[in-house]
Design a protein around this ligand. Structure first.
Ligand code: NAD
Length: 450
């Protein structure tokens, strides 16, 4: 079967790739299992290999970034930042320790805690940051001593295939294999008996499906899933100072970020000012083909996502929401939607209650702190959240938010050494930092009698 890759800025095909068959996938996993035997033995060699990979990625940033923009839509400078960020993740991970901890040592026994890799790790990525999210999985899995079989999204396989081709000569054969394919290949990968660890980033529905598929084998899972992040703007927030930051926190990558701001709750005393300032910023946003210079926001990445955003905004309109900026698709080819701001919605409107994953933001007014905390937490998601205002007061309120990451006067600062973990239906397990690395190994206790 072949996959046609669409450039979302034009709606036209930009390439076709051959999907692997289930039989080919089996053969890839078998080879990866054999490669594991040698790969797991030499940590120093793995560190050097990761550093060489980072260098290669940096040297090929323009080629990789162009592919990302063509298949995913983000502006080229942002795609370059994605690739450079991915290289940074490789470099950071290369420097992490895999310690042996001595937990007991006396005349009778010495007990140590070791970390053992799983073997073949199955990695599955979404379409919003194809290179970055692949790096978050490949680098720690490899450093821990595993081999990796990675399946990219069928919407954005090109940059990931190119990445695999670039890194191949720097790694022993079959240590890293990219397997293009649809959701069915994702299911086959997660069901494969030789794979004991799955690292997945994508929708909550697919994460739940993976949990069901793998339950019988009790596979170890890292699931980074959806979010519906709330940003709470306090009465003492400086609207002029935060408007630009809030704009990017909600609309970067055209809102297609798990940890983007997806709902803004602003105190009633500041509501009109914030709405006016944000609407002006949205109206001024430069939307277009990411390959053109100066473009700030690209298209939605694919047709289903575009249609979903159209439907959510239509629903908001039907529910009596006021569209204060945007609100419509942009005529012409490609999946372009104007950055949109909606006010006056009830909390159960779809645009508020569901993850929109697109450039349409609801702004909601609140009166008191207990009320806003309850409304922000009234969701099955729990990825991240932010509070904007005097830092001390903002931190006090943030303390009550149910989420894996809390930001104060910012949103979406993601660092290689900061763990990223969703609570509730936003995920299982952790990525990044030593916590993320630990998820690619199992503990073995070694207890020695003297
Ligand atoms: P998706 O779940 O549709 O697809 C993600 C990947 O999983 C694709 O490669 C797909 O082919 C594969 N897949 C789909 N169903 C599967 C199944 N049953 N078994 C195995 N594999 C399967 O998600 P998407 O539309 O590509 O990405 C958007 C979603 O990802 C959003 O919900 C977003 O919030 C989430 N996301 C989360 C994070 C995070 O770190 N928490 C980061 C980025 C995106």
């Amino acid at each position: 079967m072949s996959i046609t890759v669409i450039n979302p800025a034009t709606g036209a095909s930009c390439d076709t790739v051959k999907a692997v068959s289930p039989e080919e996938l089996n053969a890839v996993v078998e080879r990866a299992a054999r490669a594991f035997i040698g790969w797991k033995t030499d940590l120093a060699a793995r560190r050097s290999a990761l550093l060489a990979c980072a260098e290669k990625m940096r040297a090929n940033v323009h080629m990789l970034a162009r592919l990302v923009t063509q298949e995913q839509g983000k502006p080229l400078p942002k795609a370059e930042r994605e690739v450079m960020g991915a290289a940074r993740w490789f470099e950071y991970t290369a420097g992490l320790e895999i310690p042996v901890e001595v937990i007991h040592d006396d005349a009778a026994i010495r007990a140590e805690v070791h970390r053992k890799p799983f073997g073949v790790v199955g990695a599955i990525t979404p379409w919003n940051y194809p290179v970055m999210i692949a790096a978050w999985k490949i680098a720690p899995a490899l450093l821990a001593g595993n081999t990796v079989v990675l399946k990219p999204s069928p919407f954005t396989p090109l940059a990931t295939i190119a990445l695999g081709d670039l890194l191949k000569p720097l790694l022993p054969e079959d240590v890293l294999t990219v397997v293009p394919g649809g959701d069915d290949i994702g299911v086959a990968l997660t069901a494969h008996a030789a794979i004991r660890k799955i690292s997945f980033t994508g929708s909550t529905a697919a994460g739940q499906s993976i949990a069901r598929t793998t339950a019988g084998q009790l596979k170890r899972l890292t699931l980074e899933l959806g979010g519906n992040d709330a940003a709470i703007v306090l009465p003492d927030a400086n609207i002029d100072a935060i408007t630009e930051k809030l704009f990017w926190a909600a609309f970067d990558n055209s809102g297609q970020i798990c940890a983007a701001v997806k709902r803004v709750y602003v105190h009633e005393s500041q509501h009109d000012r914030l709405v006016e300032a944000l609407a002006a910023r949205l109206d001024a946003a430069i939307v277009g083909d990411g390959l053109e210079q100066g473009v700030e926001l690209g298209p939605l990445t694919n047709k289903p996502q575009f249609e979903r955003v159209v439907a959510l905004v239509e629903d908001a309109r039907a529910r009596g929401g006021e569209i204060v900026a945007g609100g419509s698709k942009i005529d012409g080819p490609g999946y372009f939607f104007r950055p949109t701001l909606v006010t006056g919605l009830a909390d159960d409107a779809r645009l508020v209650a569901e993850e929109q994953f697109g450039p349409a933001l609801p702004v909601l007014s609140y009166r008191d702190e207990d009320e806003v905390i309850a409304r922000a937490n009234d969701t099955n998601f729990g990825l991240s959240g932010s509070v904007w205002g005097t830092p001390e007061r903002a931190a006090e309120i943030g303390e009550h938010l149910q989420c894996g990451t809390l930001w104060i006067n910012q949103h979406m600062t993601i660092l290689p050494h900061a763990p990223l973990a969703g609570t509730k239906l936003s995920g299982v397990g952790v990525e990044n930092g030593p916590w993320g690395l630990a998820a690619y190994s199992e503990i073995r206790t070694v207890n020695i009698a003297h």
